[in-house]
Design a protein around this ligand. Sequence first.
Ligand code: PLP
Length: 404
Amino acid sequence: MVKRNPNFKSLSENYLFPEVARRVKAFKHQNPHVELISLSIGDTSQPLSATISKMLKKKSEELGTHAGYHGYGPEQGALSLRKKIAHVFYSDTISPEEIFISDGAKCDIGRLQLLFGAQASIAVQDPTYPVYVDSKLIVGCHPIAYLPCTPQNNFFPDPKLLPAVDLLYLCSPNNPTGSTATKEQLKSIVSWAKKNGALIVYDAAYAAFIQDPDLPKSIYEIAGAKEVAIEVSSFSKFAGFTGIRLGWTVIPKGLRFEQYESVHQDYTRLITTFFNGASILSQAGAEAALSENGLEEIQRTINFYMENASLIRHALQIKGYKIYGGMNAPYLWVDFGEKKSWELFQHLMEETHLITTPGSGFGLCGEGFLRFSAFGTRQNIQKAIKHIETKWPRSLELMSPLPI
Ligand code: PLP
C-alpha cells in the first residue's frame, strides 16, 4: 500500500469554511423554514463590469475561429498584461519581468511554499488567512511562529518581538481583522527583514479597498522593500474574478538566497515546471479590467462593497459593539470580549439567523471575535441589518453566559 504523506497528519481536521457550512447544513436540516442570512465567506456577489464581460465574449468568439485561435501562452503570463499590472499597480517601479501572472493568489501562496521548501521557517500573523499555515504544513513543518495581532498592538506585530525566521507572512488589508498596515509599520518590518536576512511574503489581495490615501497599497511603496519582499495579489476581490481566476506574484530580480542565488530564477524554473500559464480568457478579461473604462467600473463596485461595510458597521455600533476594520477593507472584526467564537457563531445563527465567521478559526488570537464580510448583495446586507436591529442582543446583554 502507498504510505500517506505524513505532513497531512499535521493539518487540523476541519478547514474553517467547511465547518461553517457543516453547521449551517445541520441547522437547516432541523429548521427547513428558517431563512439564514450569511455574512460569512468572502466571495464577491456583484456581476463583472460590462467592459470585462464584453471582452470575455469577444475573446471566446475569436478563439472559435482559425485566425483567432490560440493555444498555450507564456507560463509567466502575457507580456501586455504584465506591463499593464506594472503600470496600474506599481506606477512602473516594478518591471513586467518581475510579475508572474497566475490562476490566483491562493495557488501562488502554495507555489511559494514549494519554492522555499520544508526547511524554511515561517512566521504568520495571528489571526491569519489559514492558507499560509496549511500550505506550510503540507510541504513540511518547521515550527511556525504565530505573532499575536490584537487591538493592543493595532493588529500588527512589533518588529522588536519578532523571532528569527526565514519568511514572514503579512496580509494588508488584513483578512480577517480588516486592519491595514501604515507606512511606518511596513518601514519597521522592511528594516527588520534587512537586518535579519529574512524575506517578507506580502499579501495585497485587498489593496483596492484602501480608502485612506496615506495608507500603502503595496509593500514596494516602502524604500528598500524590493530587496526583501515578494508581493502576492489578485483580481478576485478587486475585479470580481473569484470564479474567473487570475492573480499575480511579484518576485523582484534583486531578491537573493543565502548564497546569493537568484530567487527570481528559481521561481521562473518552478512556474515553467508546474504551471502552463493562466487561462488566456481570464488574462484578456484582466487586460480589459485595467483599461480606463474597466477601472472606472470596478471602482464603482468597490465603492458599493465599502458602502455595505459602513452599513454593517453602523448597525453594530448602535448595538454597542466594538468594531475594527471595515474602513479600508471589506471585513469587519467584531470584539465579543470573553466569549468563545464558535459559541457566539452558533448562538447568533440559532437565535438571530445570521451567519458570521468565528474568529478563532483564523488563530488563537481570533478567539472572542467574529468576522463580518461586506461582499453580499445589498438585499442581503439590508436583511442582515434588519436582523441585527430587531433580533440581536445589545453588546452588554451578551456578557451573560450564552444559553447553549
Ligand atoms: N489572500 C487572501 C488574504 C485572501 O483572503 C484570499 C481569498 O479569500 C486569497 C488570497 C485568495 O485569492 P485568489 O482568489 O486570487 O486565490
